[in-house]
Design a protein around this ligand. Structure first.
Ligand code: MN
Length: 228
């Protein structure tokens, strides 16, 4: 019996390379997971335990669709990231078992209202409005691990209007993918459909309306969007 008092929201999904759609449950993100980016944000890249924030599933932008410049900011920033798609849930997952929980990988963008994030840090307030706004999570095709394996090294780069802005290597992650899964699964029960954005390399910077973003992660895939 359908006793919803409103039409239920649609299921958010991301296209998978080779066909099919990956249903999205939640989007988790790691903060400052490359030493050079941690330093550019004024942090200390010492190996402190990873910290997490999240975005609602319906912030996802897929298929190379446009991302509107958000309200309430004068400083929208790009962050190119390796994204992990979780196929099997669990709590207290051991890093040595973590790859068994992975469906695949994609390139994604953690769009950020940097001015609101700076205010939030200064005032010790939550990051949500700086990170979890509508259209804040463009994502490329998800490539199944059965096809591409589990990438641990490779170039991660972002061009804006053809100019190289971010250029790093997955091998520079402070916390590896398996360590991130292990750490996050101590805070929440991971579930099928969860995505984890694993952090961005150095070179973050401002965006303007009309900018075309082209991200690429070697042996993983691409993500594209235009800020409108
Ligand atoms: Mn990020």
């Amino acid at each position: 019996m359908n006793d919803f008092v409103l039409p239920p929201p649609p299921i958010v999904a991301a296209p998978v390379a080779g066909g099919g759609r990956f249903p999205i449950r939640r989007i988790f993100c790691v903060g400052q997971n490359y030493a050079a980016h941690s330093r550019e944000m004024g942090g200390d890249p010492a190996r402190e335990p990873p910290f997490f924030f999240s975005k609602p599933a319906d912030t996802l932008v897929t298929g190379g669709a446009d991302a509107p410049y958000p309200s309430a900011t004068q400083n929208l920033h790009h962050e190119i990231e390796l994204v992990v798609a979780i196929a099997a849930g669990g709590v207290n997952i051991a890093a040595s078992d973590a790859e068994k929980h992975v469906f695949g990988y994609a390139a994604g963008l953690d769009l950020t209202r940097r001015d609101l994030q700076a205010q939030a840090r200064e005032n010790r307030r939550p990051w949500d409005m700086s990170k979890a706004f509508d259209f804040s999570a463009p994502l490329g095709l998800i490539h199944p691990a059965v096809k591409i394996g589990h990438p641990k090294a490779g170039r991660i780069a972002l061009k804006v209007n053809g100019d190289l802005r971010q250029n790093g290597d997955l091998s520079d992650l402070i916390w590896s993918v398996t360590e991130v899964i292990a750490a996050l699964s101590r805070y929440v029960a991971l579930a099928p459909g969860d995505l984890i954005f694993t952090g961005t390399p150095a070179g973050v910077g401002p965006l303007a309306r009309g900018d075309v973003l082209e991200g690429e992660i070697e042996r993983v895939g691409t993500v594209t969007t235009k800020i409108v």
